[in-house]
Design a protein around this ligand. Structure first.
Ligand code: AIR
Length: 193
């Protein structure tokens, strides 16, 4: 790509008038391209360096991602959004189900760090896999919010256990049932202790 762009730039900026491509003369011979421009090798900067550079820029990237397994979780999860709003912490809200849209969840979690997110709050009810699945795909801290829903067992005990009983090495911080506001307070403390 660089080589092609360099060639066109050379024609446009050079002294000779533009000619049809068919007429190949010595004056239209391909311009030499600097080796470093055309190597095609990946940029040597590490992910950490790129992120550091991005942090210096005052962009409007959200710092906290709030995700939930269903639209029906929105009323309970709005408390997290309201708390972050109050604290003027940039955040985004997404609905994605670990069981119904597993690929969407995986993509979101894998890209979260590079997008500038620093904490993810994940709320779900029933077999609440969302926080754990997010944690499986990112090293960002994940705060799980167990939610009650229509078919909950024991008022949300099912989700509480699903979220808190993570296997060793893949932690999820778990707040109380329907405690979305506490999740936001914790997220704020993680971002700015
Ligand atoms: N859920 C959705 N996908 C996986 C799970 N565990 C949860 C939602 C919601 C409950 O199932 O987080 O709390 C019921 O979802 P719905 O969409 O049927 O209202």
């Amino acid at each position: 790509m660089n080589a092609a762009r360099g060639g066109r730039d050379g024609e446009a900026g050079g002294e000779p008038p533009r000619r049809r491509g068919e007429r190949r003369g010595p004056d239209l011979a391909p311009q030499p391209v600097a080796a470093e421009e055309s190597s095609g090798l990946p940029d040597p900067e590490t992910e950490a360096e790129v992120e550091e550079a991005f942090e210096d820029l005052d962009v409007d990237a959200p710092r906290v991602g709030i995700v939930m397994g269903s639209k029906s979780d929105m009323p309970a999860m709005e408390a997290a959004s309201a708390e972050l709003e109050k604290r003027e912490i940039r955040h985004e809200v997404r609905v994605m189900s670990a069981h119904r849209e597993p690929d969407v969840v995986a993509d979101y979690a894998r890209n979260a760090h590079m997008r500038g997110l620093r904490v993810i709050i994940a709320g779900a009810g029933l077999a609440a896999a969302l926080p754990g699945v997010v944690a499986a795909h990112t090293n960002l801290p994940v705060i799980g919010v167990p939610l009650t829903s229509g078919n909950s067992v024991a008022g949300g005990l099912d989700a509480l256990l699903a979220i808190s009983q993570m296997p060793p090495g893949v932690p999820v911080a778990c707040v109380g049932v329907n405690s979305a506001r506490n999740a936001a307070v914790l997220a704020a403390q993680i971002i700015d202790p």
